[in-house]
Design a protein around this ligand. Structure first.
Ligand code: SF4
Length: 386
């Protein structure tokens, strides 16, 4: 089931096997941050065995040509969304604030259905999944020296709603559809079982390059509060020209698992006091939006994740009786991965810096707008048949 109520699950594993078997296609797969916390649960792997690099090895044994990490494009999302937030905040147009994050398609659908008058408050940044697809079809295809239509881009996501997101008419560039196929964590497990792989017996393998390097800031996208924390780290840098402590914004983590929403205020420098809120679960989101509408609370930047605990508790993850507790446990693992990362600021990702230097120029540039941003008015919510 999908906790957001966005979609019913469909099994797309055969489409993935067909693409892998097609000699005309180059298959490129990306793994979302939250998947690494849960894929081993129903395969009987210990957390030590179920590493993301062992998952990379499995995906290569399944036959994918290139294996990458969506945490790379989470860093890219931060560059675009952090810059967009500062522009809106510094312009001081209250109609554009609070800016809402836009990387959760369950939330975007909810806002468009229930609060369509606030559609312009959504960040125009595409989600990391879609940014990855756009960069693969445009930049990576060029690096390989192949036509973008040879590339078949697959995502492994903790999410059922991502299947719908990749089919939106707005999620493409001149190089074609950003992402061709989305598989959930559960579908990845099915493929591993179908091919009788034993992940615990495989070596850990590195991601491919040049879209395979990521920071701890990209990894925490998979947990509630992670997008906000990562964005504030880079927004501080953009305002001050120097990094804050990586732990400067941990107050956004707060009690977001347990109660309605977490609010916090930060001095980003230059007198910029930013009021933030982080919320997960659509019931909590409803209460937060009603409070904003009634003028009871005021924020500049709001992160919304439709699933309890964020993507770590997503509807495409293995299902257990204690889902909510597992989401919290999985989230802690992502924070631990961030803490032991050498790179913890999205703007320090060397492959992101190269991408801007070689192709995009700067966040918010004309090409960045074309590849990495979207028009939330470009599609309509389906009408109810009733
Ligand atoms: Fe999908 Fe994550 Fe949003 Fe849940 S919180 S709907 S898993 S993007």
């Amino acid at each position: 089931h999908c906790p957001t109520g966005a979609l019913r699950e469909r099994n797309d594993t055969q489409r993935a096997f067909d693409a892998i078997a097609d000699p005309e296609k180059i298959t490129v797969v990306q793994i979302a941050p939250a998947v690494r916390t849960a894929w081993g649960e129903t395969l009987g792997l210990t957390p030590e065995q179920a590493t993301v690099h062992r998952m990379a090895a499995c995906l290569r044994r399944l036959g994918f040509d290139y294996v990458f990490d969506t945490s790379f494009s989470a860093d890219l999302t931060i560059m675009e969304e952090g810059t967009e937030f500062l522009h809106r905040y510094q312009a001081g147009e209250t109609r554009d604030l609070p800016m809402f994050t836009s990387c959760c398609p369950g939330w975007v659908r909810y806002l468009k259905s229930h609060y369509p008058q606030w559609t312009d408050r959504l960040s125009t940044a595409k989600s990391p999944q879609q940014m990855f697809g756009a960069v693969t079809k445009n930049y990576f295809a060029q690096k390989l020296g192949v036509s973008p239509d040879k590339i078949y881009c697959v995502s492994i996501m903790p999410c059922i709603a991502k299947k719908q997101e990749c089919d939106l008419p707005t999620m493409h560039t001149e190089a074609g559809k950003d992402v061709d196929l989305v598989l959930t964590t559960r579908e990845l497990v099915r493929m591993i079982r179908a091919e009788r792989l034993h992940p615990e017996a495989l070596p850990e393998e590195a991601f491919d390059s040049p879209l395979g390097t990521y920071t701890g800031a990209g990894v925490i996208f998979g947990v509630t509060g992670g997008v906000m924390e990562a964005a504030l780290r880079s927004a501080y840098y953009l305002v001050n020209g120097k990094n804050p402590k990586a732990e400067a914004f941990t107050a956004v983590r707060g009690h977001a698992f347990a109660q309605g929403w977490t609010e916090a205020e930060f001095d980003l420098g230059d007198g910029a006091i930013v009021r933030t809120a982080v919320v997960n679960g659509l019931g909590n989101t409803h209460h937060l939006l009603e409070a904003i509408a009634a003028g009871k609370v005021h924020y500049d930047f709001v992160e919304v994740m439709a699933c309890p605990g964020g993507c770590a508790g997503g509807g495409g993850q293995p299902q257990n009786l204690d889902d909510e507790e597992r989401a919290a446990e999985r989230g802690k693992r992502l924070y631990a991965l961030d803490q032991c990362s050498t790179l913890r600021f999205s703007h320090e990702n060397p492959e992101i810096q190269t991408l801007y230097r070689e192709a995009l120029d700067a966040p918010g540039s004309e090409r960045a707008e074309e590849w990495l941003h979207t028009d939330h008015h470009g599609w309509q919510m389906p009408q109810s048949p009733l």
